[in-house]
Design a protein around this ligand. Structure first.
Ligand code: ZN
Length: 556
């Protein structure tokens, strides 16, 4: 018995020694100070269930470290219906739903410009670091947590968003902050922030770090476990491009295997190495910008995108998603270790969440259980169905009834309807509402008028209402039945519906002033901003709708 105990002690000593988090891995007892750095980690496409499903295979120092030593809200769901990337990042940053922050999708239809606009597109700006159309957070109809941090320190705090996606960096960077994101061969920014890239960003771009993965083989870290807990590696419903193939090992070269071409950068984006690039850039951001060393709290937001790209292509049950999350866990562990060495981990405040979950690939469900009611329909088919319905009803052969279908929004052609033989727009919308479920897997659809009424089901009505910022959303908004995805591609999968697999995401707080624990009460990602504001002792974002999770806020 004694020997076993001795062995156990020795083991725990050894493992403590090898833990990267040795410097200050317990909270300072005597007083709690203002954190030096607030780090927001947003994982693009991370349903909470993946943290639970893969928990036994993660290291102790990444996701598990944050879950075990932080405050983990295990029942966190988005409150709105259309769970797209931009909406999630805007909700986390502002503490509001799309009805308040205006970000109703990754894109929406602008009736005055008569075109679909990108959520962060800005015609008044230019890219910096590369030729291209500019971006900005101007479409946000409110302000962010980072904006409040800057306001609270007379703009001495630095707020920087870094990501592999423009919308992730820009929406979390806020209106007063800064943002850098990858675009092909380097990190870029926009004239909204500055006329040129800082020297350290140019230096990073020239360092060859992004190019160094050419020819790298992506192999499974735990093949035996993958073979047990994941779907088969080879399936026709997996998406493959830029020379990546659908099975392991994946070669990161791009279509040209002999030299670096544009397609190489697409290949890197479809690999876990994109996250390695992102965290290297995040570390350099901290060092080059002297974050956390200037006597005020700074904010760095890190938006991990590879999880989304890999998840879309291979699906949440694939070995690729499993392996990528194991590697993401390692990168997070290394980053925590870096923060610990720089500042002492408990001098940082860390919050981790995700912008949305993901639906299983419909064909995977059908393969496993052939009678499953699941499938995929693209927006083109939705538009076609609308035209058929109206032409049948009114014995017409028109193609102009519907101006555009963008994501879950149907925009009818008001001008055309007004001048047609059937000028009653609400009758047209009612016809679509009645007939769409007969042709498509539509569970429910709503007009703006419906949202004002207390129509059933109430919970869903509220979710759609939270997704709806009237100047930008469609005349008719629809929700598909569970396990039907709105996706025109022939393979891969998608998110964007109000069902739990899309809405249920992690919400974890760790570090300075945070009372650790596991909390099973309902929570929302819009609680992140007011809770962090409270932990930092700053004003809440202007239109904040989320709740302060007071159970984790240590009394100073
Ligand atoms: Zn996505």
């Amino acid at each position: 018995m004694k020997r076993i105990l001795l062995l156990l002690t020795l083991c725990s000593l050894l493992s403590a020694h090898f833990s990267p988090l040795t410097a200050q891995n317990s909270p300072p007892k005597s007083h709690i100070s203002q954190p030096k750095l607030f780090v927001l980690i947003v994982v693009d496409q991370l349903p909470y269930e993946q943290l639970e499903r893969f928990k036994p295979y993660f290291s102790d120092n990444g996701f598990n470290y944050l879950m075990n030593n932080g405050a983990n809200f295990i029942n966190t769901n988005y409150e709105y219906a259309y769970t797209k990337t931009a909406c999630g990042h805007a909700a986390i940053a502002t503490g509001t739903n799309p009805d308040m922050n205006g970000i109703v999708g990754n894109a929406w239809y602008d009736r005055t410009k008569k075109k679909t606009v990108n959520c962060v597109g800005d015609e008044n700006e230019q890219l910096v670091g590369k030729e291209g159309a500019g971006k900005s957070p101007r479409t946000l109809t409110t302000y962010t947590l980072g904006d409040m941090l800057k306001l609270s320190t007379n703009f001495r705090s630095k707020v920087i968003g870094v990501s592999n996606k423009d919308r992730a960096a820009i929406l979390t960077g806020g209106k007063f902050g800064n943002a850098y994101w990858t675009d092909g061969a380097g990190f870029v920014s926009s004239t909204y922030y500055a006329k040129e890239l800082p020297a350290w960003v140019t230096k990073f771009n020239k360092s060859g770090f992004i190019q160094k993965f050419f020819g790298q083989k992506w192999e499974l870290l735990k093949p035996e476990i993958a073979a047990t807990i994941c779907d088969e590696d080879s399936n026709t419903y997996e998406s493959s491009y830029a020379g990546m193939g659908a099975t392991f090992p994946h070669f990161v070269t791009g279509d040209d295997r002999t030299k670096i071409s544009d397609s190489y950068f697409t290949a890197v984006e479809t690999s876990p190495f994109l996250t390695e690039i992102l965290f290297e850039f995040a570390k350099q951001t901290i060092t080059a910008e002297s974050l956390g060393t200037r006597g005020v709290t700074d904010m760095l937001s890190v938006g991990i995108s590879a999880t989304d790209i890999i998840g879309h292509n291979y699906g949440p049950n694939s070995p690729e998603v499993f392996d990528n999350l194991l590697r993401t866990d390692k990168y997070i562990a290394e980053f925590l270790s870096f923060l610990d060495k720089q500042f002492g981990l408990y001098n940082c405040l860390i919050a981790l969440s995700a912008d949305h979950g993901i639906a299983p690939i419909p064909e995977y469900l059908v393969k496993k259980s052939p009678l499953t009611d699941a499938g995929r329909i693209g927006t083109d088919s939705v538009k076609k169905a609308c035209l058929n319905i109206l032409n049948n009803k009114f014995s017409a052969a028109e193609s102009l009834w519907v101006e555009k279908v963008v994501e879950n929004n149907i925009y009818v052609n008001k001008e055309f309807i007004k001048n047609s033989r059937h000028p009653d727009e609400s009758a047209i919308l009612q016809t679509l509402k009645d007939s769409l479920p007969l042709r498509l897997p539509v569970f429910a659809s709503y007009t703006l008028e419906d949202l004002e009424k207390n129509s059933l089901p109430e919970k869903l009505r509220q979710q759609v209402q939270h997704s709806c910022y009237p100047p930008r959303c469609g005349d008719l908004m629809f929700v598909f039945k569970p396990y039907w995805i709105l996706d025109g591609a022939k393979d891969g999968t998608n998110h964007g519906m109000p069902w739990k697999y899309d809405t249920h995401v992690p919400l974890i707080f760790f570090g300075s002033n945070v009372t650790p624990g596991t909390f099973a009460d309902d929570a929302s990602p819009i609680d992140l901003a007011p809770t962090v504001a409270s932990l930092l002792g700053i004003e809440f974002p202007a239109s904040g709708a989320g709740k302060v999770r007071s159970e984790i806020v240590l009394q100073k």
